[in-house]
Design a binder for this molecule. Structure first.
Ligand code: ATP
Ligand code: MN
Length: 466
């Protein structure tokens, strides 16, 4: 007898097992049947597909055992794998032995019925991985994380681990969460009543990082091509379908790259990742396409097979001003583009992904390379259908004086940023990079509408339950 578990994914594809006894383990999706025979649909998360267990319940013992099994219960089943008679599945198991690991009282098990709303499932985030939808999303999320490492590794990039706790708060990418061990009921203070962070854990004020970019630049100035991939945190009170307080970001940084190289890399990477999903997440994508978004697969194909439209911010603003469309926020040269503007360019005007470059310097970060015109910087945002900004990046200012002047203009303390400025003082080099929001990528690839549904345990304002 075989004592090892066979994953349901393998059982469903591996012809070699037919006629043999195997053991499968998993959670019951449905159980139905008569006095004589029960049919159990079992899922173990290895695939979206269930395997059907056919259980003879003619004898009393088996009948009693099966009467304890309901949706959500966890069981182990030994039996012969056979070609299925019923339609809709290729193989089923003629069960000879069933062991119950854990029952799930149908009176109180929250996933007893099918067809819950995503809003309801968000309230039971501890159980929602057991639904088809979240199983699919979590598997796709895994494959995308793996593909990101593969993409960079194949290109000779090195994975750099940027710190999560940072002593710098100058990046300006967003509001930060404080990290402290100070006693809130007895905060040490300086004579002028400000908090004395010298007594804090690190001897200075520290925060959770909003971006690994500055550290990524330090790595690129030694290893030439690096990327970070880790959690980042923003304490903004933005309750949108595209913002999380804790999200994952991928930040490649490349020495000797200009803005065109940077755009090429971003486009190549996004197409690679989407192709990877199409090839490796077929069943899950087909499920999501069927259940949530009938155009998902077509949209993924379209993005892979068409070049992204590249234009300047100035050209983009002209298009928006001549759009003959009323936007909630008016557009004018110098204002930051809102999601509605980005989506107009992508979905209505060009009908494909867009890369906008050369933004006004006042709406972009201090480190971006200044253009000759004195007004714009070499920023690039990649805009996607249904999402808006998926990537933000730039060529960096490599000139020490220009960078230092810009920092002074923006009241960024040079002394505190000495370590960053040192890259421009010693062996500076032209370089570029960008940040891809991992969950925005997953939103696009899954076709889900809310960013809270593409991360296992979303952190948003007023929500950090488990
Ligand atoms: P947005 O304008 O959409 O708020 P941003 O310009 O503040 O984004 P960047 O600082 O450029 O974002 O961060 C790089 C990328 O990280 C973005 O292009 C986006 O994909 C992702 N991102 C930024 N903020 C969030 C967030 N709060 N939740 C999830 N992803 C985010
Ligand atoms: Mn941005």
């Amino acid at each position: 007898m075989q004592s090892k578990r066979t994953k349901i994914k393998e059982a469903l594809i591996n012809q070699e097992n037919v006629g043999k006894e195997i053991i499968v383990k998993g959670w019951v999706r449905t159980i139905r049947g008569s006095k004589f025979v029960n049919f159990i649909a079992l899922n173990d998360g290895s695939t979206i597909d269930n395997i059907q267990l056919v259980v003879d319940v003619a004898n009393e013992k088996a009948f009693e055992l099966c009467s304890k099994i309901s949706t959500g219960a966890c069981i182990s089943c030994t039996g012969i794998l056979v070609q299925s008679q019923g339609k809709g599945q290729s193989f089923e198991i003629q069960a000879s032995e069933i062991e119950i690991y854990g029952t799930a009282d149908p009176e109180i098990y929250p996933l007893q019925k099918k067809g819950h709303t995503l809003e309801f499932l968000r309230e039971i985030a501890h159980l929602r991985p057991r639904t088809n939808t979240f199983g699919a999303v979590l598997r796709i999320r895994h494959h995308m994380a793996f593909a990101i490492h593969k993409f960079f590794n194949d290109k000779g990039f090195f994975y750099l681990h940027a710190p999560i706790i940072t002593g710098s708060d100058a990046e300006g990418a967003g509001e930060m969460f404080k990290v402290t061990t100070l006693d809130f009921n007895n905060v040490p203070r300086n004579e002028d009543k400000t908090v004395n962070f010298k007594e804090d854990f690190f001897g200075k004020a520290t925060n959770l990082t909003v971006s690994g970019q500055l550290e990524s630049e330090l790595g690129a100035m030694a290893l030439s091509q690096v990327y970070t991939f880790g959690p980042t945190f923003r304490a903004e009170n933005s309750n949108t379908t595209r913002h999380l307080a804790e999200f994952w970001m991928i930040e490649p940084e490349i020495a000797f790259f200009d803005i065109d190289d940077n755009m090429d890399l971003a486009e190549e990477m996004l197409k690679y990742l989407i192709s990877y999903a199409i090839e490796n997440c077929k069943e899950d994508l087909e499920f999501l396409n069927k259940m949530y978004d009938n155009e998902l697969l077509a949209r993924l194909d379209f993005v892979v097979n068409n070049s992204f439209q590249r234009l300047t911010y100035t050209e983009g603003v002209e298009i928006l001003k001549n759009a003959g469309q009323k936007f909630e926020y008016p557009v004018d040269w110098g204002t930051d583009l809102q999601s509605e503007h980005e989506r107009y360019l992508v979905e209505k005007h060009f009908k494909k992904p867009v890369i906008l470059i050369n933004y006004p310097k006042q709406i972009k970060a201090f480190y971006m390379k200044q253009n000759e015109d004195g007004k714009t910087v070499r920023a690039m945002d990649v805009l996607f259908p249904g999402i808006g900004e998926i990537i933000g990046g730039s060529q960096r200012e490599e000139d020490y004086d220009k960078l230092a002047n810009r920092m002074k203009e923006m009241h960024i303390p040079l002394e505190e940023m000495y370590w960053y400025l040192d890259t421009r003082k010693f062996g500076t080099a032209p370089h570029s990079g960008f940040g891809l929001g991992f969950e925005r990528l997953i939103l696009f690839v899954t076709g889900m509408g809310n960013i809270r549904d593409v991360i296992p345990f979303p952190r948003t304002p007023m929500n950090a339950e488990f």
